[in-house]
Ligand binder design. Structure first.
Ligand code: PRP
Ligand code: URA
Length: 216
């Protein structure tokens, strides 16, 4: 049984924006704007099951019953650095959500993620969590982050990625099965494969570098 429910969002606007994002000639400012737009489109799909409650409202004409997000507020978790580029586009759709942070960097030799920052609420039980990272390559960074959430009691987790590799999805599913927690993975596209350096093919290159410039 698979613990990861994969949702590939098939939409012509997403496909067109993603193609511009992949282009090697796309500049950082345009790349950042496209990432924000893409995450807003994906978030619309990814938040279909966000918990809401009814509450009374007054229109200029009458009273009626409105809808608002329930408590506890959803938690959005961008994986630094590249996930930060997705935060604004997500918060635009869900401004009352709260934000937790995980900083991870992949060792480019071993492809293992290293955690350098973590600022999350201690208790995530009953909390809907939305993890943001543009790239799911080997799945190590996403898997490590989701493990932090599960250790704090999260049991409703949705991950939003722009691109995923089949190998990474498989590894991530194995981890979620071991943790025994179901998870929804929303992506704009599943690419062909990983290359020998662990990069997604055809991919878009190093997402963090394209958003913010070379780190090393
Ligand atoms: C990238 C990306 C993911 C990770 C994916 O981050 O944003 O977090 O690689 O690779 P994985 O699935 O094999 O773990 P990177 O480690 O380059 O850090 P950065 O965002 O700071 O550039
Ligand atoms: N991280 C990236 O930023 N891009 C890839 O293709 C793989 C990992």
């Amino acid at each position: 049984m698979s613990f990861v429910k994969l949702r590939v969002v098939d939409h012509p606007l997403i496909a067109a924006k993603l193609s511009m994002l992949r282009q090697v000639t796309t500049s950082s400012p345009v790349f950042r704007a496209l990432v924000e737009e893409l995450v807003t489109l994906l978030a619309y799909e990814a938040t279909r099951e966000v918990r809401v409650e009814a509450h009374p409202i007054t229109t200029p004409v009458s009273t009626t019953v409105g809808t608002r997000l329930s408590h506890p507020r959803p938690l959005v978790v961008p994986i630094l650095r590249a996930g930060l580029g997705m935060l604004e586009g997500m918060m635009r759709l869900m401004p009352s959500a709260e934000v937790g942070f995980v900083g991870m960097v992949r060792d480019e030799e071993t492809l293992e993620p290293f955690t350098y920052a973590e600022r999350l609420p201690k208790d995530l039980s009953g909390r809907q969590c939305y993890v943001l990272d543009p790239m799911l390559a080997t799945g190590g960074s996403l898997g490590g982050t989701v493990k932090f959430l599960v250790e704090r009691g999260a049991d409703h987790i949705t991950c939003i990625c722009l691109l995923a590799a089949p190998e990474g999805i498989e590894n991530f599913d194995r981890l979620m099965t071991d943790l025994g927690v179901p998870c929804t993975l929303v992506v704009a596209a599943v690419d062909e494969r990983l290359n020998e350096r662990g990069y997604i093919v055809p991919g878009l290159g190093d997402a963090g570098d394209r958003l913010y410039g070379l780190a090393d």
